[in-house]
Design a protein around this ligand. Structure first.
Ligand code: ATP
Ligand code: MG
Length: 571
């Protein structure tokens, strides 16, 4: 049922293509029966001793077919017709498979895209809490499994359809013999039910194990520098070994169940065929041609049923992957960031925090009753101990976190009702963790810029950030070819390429030496003179030029105003 429901959900995603796939599968099934039916007149000729007693006209259609093309109903012509129909059926089947492959390819990439899109368009709290390993596992492994489930569902459908069509033909030829076969087959298949449910459980568990392994792997990779520095490599490897073993054992157990199910199906087929032969000849007195063709049909139908059950089994075992993908999609959709609202005018004058309180879910408030006004062009420094809420305050200002009480407004318009992209387009933001992509410095500098940037622009941005490298330097995955401070300077260099009227910097220079820090800060002050600067810092020296300081303390916060001219912001 679960597989059926998921298949219907997939059908609704793309009804036209799915209908075509199903139609092709059905056509291939009919083609198979028709081509096998061509055996009937051959068998009648072969078993000619009984042919005369056979009242059936089942082979008549093939006789007519031959006469239409002017061929006589001889054994050779029937054999040739059989081969031609067989080739036709195989080509149709191949075409159906290829079309299905195209459909599955598109399906897999669209699932990945949807997973990524819903995640990045979800609100910040959702993204902040997203487990990276699990997300990587879902978008790589589970999305592939999802495609497999679709494939298994289609194969299951195709196999059962072929099984049904072959069976109907067999029933038409000799219903008693066929019913006997179905009965033996059906009774034997009951043994498979507990195997199916155990496989489903193992499949569900496999997803959890894979997520767990991926989360641990990410954590281990993040800690590898410390592990190397302290020669704790063995500890790092050992911390992952149990999850490697668990994942492998889970696959092994699933494999054992699948091959066990094959073996049971083989046994059932042997019992069914010998019983039918015996009963057909000795009890029911079925004519030989009918007996042979029914046996051929059943021989052909039983593997289809086996294939159907096997694929149902596989699909069922991977249903947990579909659920994992859908759970991620669902949660991200629920957390979807608010869209639309009034645009924030470029010429805004004042940002106001009015009695703002914010708490992370199931936590004590971290910002309590915070009120202040930031005027355009001012420099605000935010200082305070680690964990006191500085980054949280910036996130509220950006509209990424919505306070439970109070309001942040821009020229009187509450942030909760404005169009966030129009607000964010006015910012330059530098978070606490500088990032870099695999690629050249040039590519990294151009990241996220819609403006046309010349090499001259890029080089002067590098200079302003005191980064002395050529634009073609390959920075490596996650900036691994750069030092920590260089990565930070690369992030700062982007600042000089963005036309922003508010700069929000969260400890932008912690990794830099005092001289470089001062030089870069002076560049920022000069370059962005007259723009609004809001900066979190642990360095008191950098607050000297601030117009106001928000100081987080044990008791709460305090706002200090400076009246003297700032040495850094001075001309
Ligand atoms: N998603 C979250 N869920 C629950 N608590 C959180 C979450 N994110 C942060 N916190 C908590 O909120 C508090 C404030 O965090 P925040 O990042 O604002 O601190 P900070 O002042 O910027 O610290 P630092 O100087 O170390 O960067 C911390 O105690 C932190 O543990
Ligand atoms: Mg912080």
């Amino acid at each position: 049922m679960l597989l059926l429901r998921e298949s219907l959900a997939i059908f609704r995603r793309n009804p036209l293509i799915t209908t075509t796939v199903i139609f092709l599968i059905a056509a291939a099934s009919m083609g198979q029966v028709f081509s096998l039916g061509a055996l009937y007149p051959i068998l009648q000729v072969v078993a000619s001793d009984e042919a005369s007693n056979t009242p059936s006209s089942n082979g008549a259609v093939f006789v007519q077919l031959l006469s239409k093309i002017g061929a006589a109903p001889t054994l050779t012509n029937f054999l040739l017709l059989f081969v031609v129909l067989g080739i036709g059926y195989s080509i149709l089947n191949w075409f159906a498979d290829t079309f299905q492959g195209i459909h599955l390819r598109n399906f897999e990439s669209s699932i990945r895209q949807e997973l990524l899109e819903t995640a990045v368009y979800a609100d910040w709290l959702y993204l902040k809490g997203l487990k990276h390993g699990e997300f990587i596992n879902v978008i790589t492994q589970e999305a592939t499994q999802y495609r497999h489930v679709v494939k298994y569902a289609l194969i299951t459908f195709g196999s059962f359809l072929q099984f049904a069509v072959l069976l109907i033909y067999a029933l038409y030829l000799n219903w008693k013999l066929t019913v006997l076969g179905i009965f033996i087959f059906g009774a034997g298949s009951l043994v498979l039910i507990p195997i199916l449910s155990t496989t489903a459980q193992l499949g569900h568990y496999a997803t959890q194990l894979a997520n767990n392994m991926a989360n641990r792997l990410i954590a281990a990779l993040r800690s590898y520098k410390t592990a190397k520095a302290l020669s704790l490599e063995l500890y790092l490897v050992r911390s992952l070994q149990p999850s490697f073993r668990e994942v492998a054992s889970n696959y092994f157990h699933q494999g054992v169940l699948i091959s066990g199910q094959y073996a049971i199906m083989e046994i059932i087929a042997f019992v069914a065929i010998s019983t039918m032969l015996f009963a057909g000849l000795n009890v029911l007195g079925v004519p030989k041609a009918d007996l042979f063709i029914v046996l051929v049909l059943l021989f052909r139908a039983l593997p289809q049923a086996r294939n159907g059950i096997d694929n149902y089994h596989r699909g069922f075992g991977s249903i947990a992957s579909v659920q994992a993908v859908r759970r991620h999609l669902g949660a991200a959709q629920i957390a979807r960031e608010r869209q639309g609202g009034l645009p924030v005018p470029e010429g805004w004058r004042r940002i106001e925090f009015r009695n703002v309180s914010f708490a992370y879910p199931a936590d004590e408030p971290i910002i309590k009753d915070f009120s202040t006004r930031i005027h355009r062009g001012e420099f605000w420094a935010i200082v305070g101990p680690s964990g006191s809420g500085k980054t949280t305050l910036l996130d509220i200002l950006l509209g990424l976190l919505v306070p439970q009480e109070g309001q942040v407004s821009v020229d009187g318009a509450g942030l909760e009702g404005v169009d966030l992209p129009s607000w964010h387009s006015q910012f330059f933001y530098l978070g606490q963790e500088a990032f870099a992509f695999a690629g050249t410095l040039r590519e990294n500098l151009m990241w996220g810029s819609s403006r046309h940037l010349t090499d001259t622009d890029l080089v002067s941005a590098l200079r302003a950030a005191k980064l002395d490298h050529v634009l073609d330097k390959d920075v490596g995955e996650n900036g691994c070819n750069l030092s920590g401070g260089e990565k930070q300077r690369l992030a700062l260099a982007r600042l000089f390429l963005r036309q922003a009227n508010i700069l929000v910097l969260d400890e932008p220079t912690t990794g830099l030496d005092a001289v470089t820090e001062k030089e870069i800060f002076e560049s920022i002050a000069t370059f962005f003179k007259g723009r609004t600067l809001i900066m979190v810092t642990h360095r008191e020296e950098l607050t000297l030029g601030a117009d106001h300081i928000i100081r987080f303390t044990e008791e709460g916060f305090r706002i200090e105003a400076r009246t003297s001219a700032s040495p850094v912001r001075a001309e």
